[in-house]
Structure formats: structure tokens, C-alpha cells
Design a protein around this ligand. Sequence first.
Ligand code: PEP
Ligand code: MG
Length: 552
Amino acid sequence: MNNNHLNLILEGTVANKGIAFGKIAFIKRTNAGLQKEYVEDTQKECDRFEKARLHAISQLATLYEASIEKLGEQNAVVFQIHQMMLDDPDYVSSINKLITDEHANAEYAVTVVAHKFEKQFLQMDNDYMKGRAADVIDISRRVKEILMMHAGKLQHHGIDYKNDGPVIIAADDLVPSETVQLDQTSVTAIVTTEGSDRSHTAIFARTMGLPTIVAVGKNFTSKYEGLFAIVDGNSGKIYIDPDESTITRFKEIKKTDDSQKSHLEEFRGKITVTRSGRKINLYANSGSLADIDLIKASDAEGIGLFRSEYIFMQAHDYPTEDYQLDIYKNVLEQMEGKKVIIRTLDIGADKTAEYFMLKPEDNPAMGVRAIRLCLQNKAIFKTQLRALYRASVYGNLSIMVPLITSVEEVLETKKIIQEVKTELKQQNLAFNDNVEFGIMIETPAAALISDELAKVVDFFSIGTNDLTQFTLAADRQNADLTKYLNPYHHAVVRLIEMTIQNAHACGIWVGICGELASDEKFLGKLIQLQVDEMSVVPSSVLTLRAKIASLG
Ligand code: PEP
Ligand code: MG
């Protein structure tokens, strides 16, 4: 204790940056009516569930309409997804079965099935699907509340928190419909003990501009209800009952943050140019469709790296051509003519999907992955390329291939592309004949022969994450090797320089899409090296545009 203040600091994962102050207010949820009760007439109970389910669907339709203005169509669409989830035959029949088999009350059956589905989502090995766990809890809570309301056990629908002055909303996890209903005149931040930074809740919080920290852990309990706290969404820390000097320090930081932010807004809608007037294309990286709203809000001039493997990682079986086509078309349409560089499948190493049944390897990062896997499984590669080319008529698509180490791999890929084009022509399926074709420079081999590679492609994109790991022989997955994974190492910088010079000598453009592109400390060097394009995390776009304007 210090000056009778608790001065407790807890830490979680940043879901949205920013500093906020307020009293901690835990969301109160009622557990009444959730005990298992014996029901004699199971058909009548199934009918009760059906009535509540339909009522929930109609509520969600209203919520969707109301949210379009607040969150934008792209975000509000989650409430349409919720309507579809409530129609999911598996979900509906599981509840009816439990009611019938166990003579259970509908509230109980909904709770049990919700947790079963939640668990399944949480066990999936990608963050996006983990984020769906909150959605199934959200729809189930809605149905339960309606069931209880119909039974006269619950008078209101919605969330309950004390609304007196600036509050930091606290909960185990928030569901999207709770997030969107938060009163932004009093809520300053969100802190949850669980949750993922990829969930819809996190996306909504970012859109609503609320500093948010998730996965703080069980130490954050309701015993801190009502205490003043500071949320530092820059470091992921929450300061509970801080002393005066901490408060003063954060007030200063917030002041600087706010004035920097309003200064950055001047750069929205502008092109990115250096002091001497050289244009840089400032794009953003995307992991999945869920990132597109963020990217649009970031004012990026395009997508410099769309990691298509996430589509494969989220699927339970090889995604079909039509399934992929829908996703690529959607991204291209949403980006409204801005450049979208989709990277072909980079599965293997840390990114896996069970149905690929990849053989265990001693060194998977240097194993059968990315372009190697695609060239060994031509049918999978062709399906993706067909989907990409068919999508190419819906926007401004470029395609790039990962982990290239030789000219032969590029030529073989181009041959497959030619086959794809011939087939599409024969089938009378439309495509753009002039899709830009590039490769990632992320192996020392590719950088060293970039003069040869530049002759056979339209552009390069330097992947500094892998380039650093392979140049310095330091596994990027191994936390004990962090000090070796130095992207500023002269060896890495020389390879970057060599790649840019060779690209320019051959008249092609060169970008950088590894994490180093978002590093403000390295920006001056990149500008000096005459890089043409940078693809960064969405939240860095305006900061980098402002900085670039003062450099070179
Ligand atoms: C890279 O290696 O720098 C890159 C951008 O690709 P990924 O991080 O997806 O391997
Ligand atoms: Mg890579």
C-alpha cells in the first residue's frame, strides 16, 4: 500500500489502444432460472424454446437495423450472422434433444448446449474461431432471457451496470450485442478477464474507439467494483486504485496521446509522400475478412498482404473454389478498387490445418511449406489460383507467392497460372488477364538472386519476419532467441538494400510487408533505401503517413 491506495497493476492483451480513466463497473448478469428442472410435457417445452428462438431472431433483426448507423454495415452484419446461428440445425436440434431426452427445462438445455458449442470453438486452434465462442454465448443468453421474460421471471432485457460518471466496463467476457449497447457517453474503456483480441467484441470496441484490454485473468474480480482505475491500452495494463502521482503521469500521457491523435487526423484521406514529394504506397496487412473494417477505418491505401492461409486454417476441409471465390470477391469489393495483394497459401511450420495431414518434420519452418507444398499438391494450388483469377474481375487484385528460393519455382508457378487461364477461357469464366504477379523475398536465397527474379515477376514484397529468421538462423517461434532475431542486423539490412536495388534496376516496384515495415525506428532507413510500398498493421497507418511526410 502507498498513501492508502491499492496501486494494483494487472496485465492482459491489448484489443484496442488508448488511455482511459473511470470507476470499475462489473456487468451484472442474472443466473436465476438456470437450474435444471423436470418438465413433464417435453413437446410443450420444445415449443417454448421455439417461440423464444423466433422472438430472438426478430430482436436481432431490429438490432441489426439500429446498429448500421452506429457501427457501419460491415460490423452490424454480425447480428445477421447471429440470426443465422439461431437457425443452425445442429444448435437447434441439440437443444430439442436435451429437452426431450432429459425432460429438462428449455433455459437449462440452452445453457448446456451453449457451453458445449463454446468449448468446441475455444478448442479450435485459431484465434478467429476462438472469437466465435462469444457469439454462441451471446445468442444463447438472448434466448434464455426471452424464455425467462415469457415466464415472467425477468423484467428487462439487456445489460446492467451502474451508470454514474465515467466507467470502465468489466466482465468475464462481453458478447457483441452487449458491447454495441454500451453507453458511449459514460463508458470509457473495457476490461475482460477472458476473451480474444480477434473477437467481434474486440472489433466493435476498436470501431467504437474504446480502449480495451482482454484476457486479464481471474485476479481481476468484482471485489474491485467501484474503484477508480486507469486503463493503459498501450501497454495492456490496468492500474486499480492508483496513487496521485500515477494518475498525474497518465493524465499527461493522455494529453500527449490526444493531441497526437488529432494531429494525425490531418493525414486522413491524404496520399503518403515524403518531404521531397516521393510517393509511397502505404497499405495494411490483413489476416482475415474480419480485418477489413479495421483496414478501411485505418485509411490504408490498399492491402499489401492478405494472408490467405487463414481461410484454410479456419476450415475443416479443403476450401472449395467457390468458397474461396466468395471470400476473395468480398475483400476486393469491400476495398472498392484499392489494390489488394493476396498471398497464396503459406501453410506449414506454425500455420497448420489438420486435414492437410502434414508429415511431422524436424525443421518445419524449413520444410514442406508455402510454395513448396503448393507445387507438390498442384490440385490445391490450382483451386486457389482459379478462385483468385475468377475473383480478379471484382477489384484491383495482385497475387504474390511466399517462400521463393529459385527462379524455377517462379516459372513453374507461372506455368500453372497459364493453365488456369486457359481452362477458365475454355469454360467461359471471366477473369482479368493482367493481374500483377509478385513474389515474397523472405529467404536469403531470394534476396541474393533478386536480380534474376526481378526479370520474371512484376513486383517484390520483402517479408522481413522470415528473412530475419533465415538470415540469422534464429527460429522466430523460439522466445529464447529474441535477441538473435534482430531485423536491424547488417546482414538483413544489406539483403533488403540489395533486393530494392535489383528490383529498381529491372524496373519493378518493391514493397515490404514484414513487421519491420511498421517499425518507426526503421522508417528513415526504408525511405532512404527508396522502398516503393509498405504494408503495416492498420493502427500504424496514420502515424507512419505523418512520419513519412517529415522524412526523405
Ligand atoms: C514475413 O515473413 O515477413 C511475412 C510477412 O510473412 P509471415 O509473417 O506471414 O510469415
Ligand atoms: Mg513469411
